[in-house]
Write a protein that binds this ligand. Sequence first.
Ligand SMILES: Cc1cc2nc3c(=O)[nH]c(=O)nc-3n(C[C@H](O)[C@H](O)[C@H](O)COP(=O)(O)O)c2cc1C
Length: 176
Amino acid sequence: MSYLLHLDASGRQNGSTSRAASDAHAKTLAAELGLEIRTRDLSQGLPFVNETMIEGYFTPEDQRTEAHREALQTSDELVEELMKAKALIIGIPVYNFSMPASFKAWADLVARFGVTVIYNEEGRPVGQAPNMPTKVFVAYGGTEIGSKRDFLTPWMTTFLNYIGIQDIEYQPAAED
Ligand SMILES: Cc1cc2nc3c(=O)[nH]c(=O)nc-3n(C[C@H](O)[C@H](O)[C@H](O)COP(=O)(O)O)c2cc1C
């Protein structure tokens, strides 16, 4: 069945406002759109991009070694999961004026040249992810969405646009 992808990035499970908001809205949106929910908790740990992975990214698929394939396994899985999603809900806190490292790790694993991003003849990136409805629930202490020190939402818009997702809405999760 088609699914809504629900990502969470808060380091805490208990009392997390971004998890509470994203969870409630994932359920509502999935019911509205008739979708199942697939949840991925990014805080549980993702690999950082390393040398073998970068080599693998730039090696044609049929020439990759076993080490490349093994190193790209998580990235391949996350890319497939994103490309098949029909809607996206993200629960994310502001950490040090920006995204938690867990979310950046996910972004570095799903931005794949030749897969989620293809460069056209003019050298411009064309995102290949489906332009699905995307809602981002941002939890913060004092760094409000759109404020001078908010480096999370401008970055997130740039990143999601880059991989092909344009239909993005931000909402504050309840504040501390
Ligand atoms: C490591 C860390 C860094 C944080 N940095 C910021 C910050 O720069 N700006 C801010 O407004 N809140 C900051 N906070 C507060 C969190 O954004 C806030 O507690 C939020 O509710 C956490 O999300 P959660 O409730 O989903 O866990 C920080 C919290 C932690 C744990």
